[in-house]
Design a protein around this ligand. Sequence first.
Ligand code: EPZ
Length: 416
Amino acid sequence: MDKLKITGGRPLEGEVQVSGAKNAALPIMCAALLSAKPLALTNVPRLRDVSTMARLLAQMGVAVERSEHSTVLHAKAITDPTATYELVKTMRASVLVLGPLLARCGEAKVSLPGGCAIGARPVDQHVKGLQAMGATISIEHGYMQASARRLRGARIVMDLVTVTGTENLMMAAALAEGETLLENAAREPEVLDLARCLGAMGAKIEGAGSDVIRIQGVRSLGGAEHRVMPDRIETGTYLAAAAAAGGKIRLTGAAPKTLDATLDKLREAGSKIIVTESSIEIETARRPVAVSVRTAPYPAFATDMQAQFMALACVADGTALITETIFENRFMHAIELQRLGADIRLEGNTAVVRGVERLQGAGVMATDLRASAGLVIAALVAEGDTVVDRIYHLDRGYEGLEKKLGLLGARIERIA
Ligand code: EPZ
């Protein structure tokens, strides 16, 4: 059952609960490698990528206990500090084991992730930072062979803002000898959630969430309990769907403070938004107004929300400019949206989207996780049926998408 059939044209109404954040859960699961004590996690999303990470850690000797939305990871001993190509090629975030393995075991063999649909995505900043901490890293047969007797603190100025690069180096520095200063660090909320978890394990970290992070290395880390933060991209996706399809929905278990840029743009598009500590309500009574967005590192507008806002722009009143500054090939969904009758012109890293009155249902192909979310949003608005193929991309990052959209009144089903 690898397709979704969506019959569009109905506003969304109702309430759904947001899941835990994929992009926080993955690095936090890797943090378990840093300690011989158990790490108990709650609010862990049930996603394909989380299962892949659990399998990767288990291969290294980590005891993994999973139930519904809880996971206990116990890396009493790491028997094999290797991340194989077979697993890494299915999930780039596997590179997040490199820093913790080096810090805990003094060695690691991690497959290079290779490119992906949205860009080349090198890991040179991860390698550069670990080398600055005294690691020896060579590339052999597609693998990073890394070793270090004990990592030592260093001042690392990253050439560009990288989320998993910051996370990898922060985890490595937690057990390094002395102090590490990470400058031009990523400020994403997921980095902060990881730092909170590491702090609960006994790490000494200051400044997470800002672009300068200071880590005082310790000899060893303990166990901890940690609740994974809500998924701000999943939240933003449902909000964009409601802005495009119309109607009134409420998202509970959310973290509104991590969505400022997205909420500002939705207000600009004409939606009424009410937030509380942990919920967001959106009401859209009229056709959205075209809003332009430019992606950039947090707290600016997230690249992981770009495709969803392109779908919104397809039916908005006016012309929107969608500019992608993070990934060099993140407009694959534009071609598929044109199949639904969208008016999109690509000019370098900007898409010029002229809103149309109506989209028409058609067959489309998902190319990556967020592109598929954009196609689902367009299908909710399009007249008639749309069939989205290759939705395994969606399962990597959205827990129970069709169930949740069904709860909001959408006509959606998984088909073979
Ligand atoms: C994280 O990827 C997220 N993934 C991505 O979400 C997200 O799109 C991205 O950050 C940006 O916000 C996870 O957290 C698991 P980067 P990451 O390193 O860390 C270049 C989703 O849809 N770069 O911040 O891999 C890179 O090529 C996914 O959930 C280097 O050149 O992204 C890109 O152009 C997709 N050298 C830019 O930096 C490096 O060593 C930012 O990438 C590292 C990155």
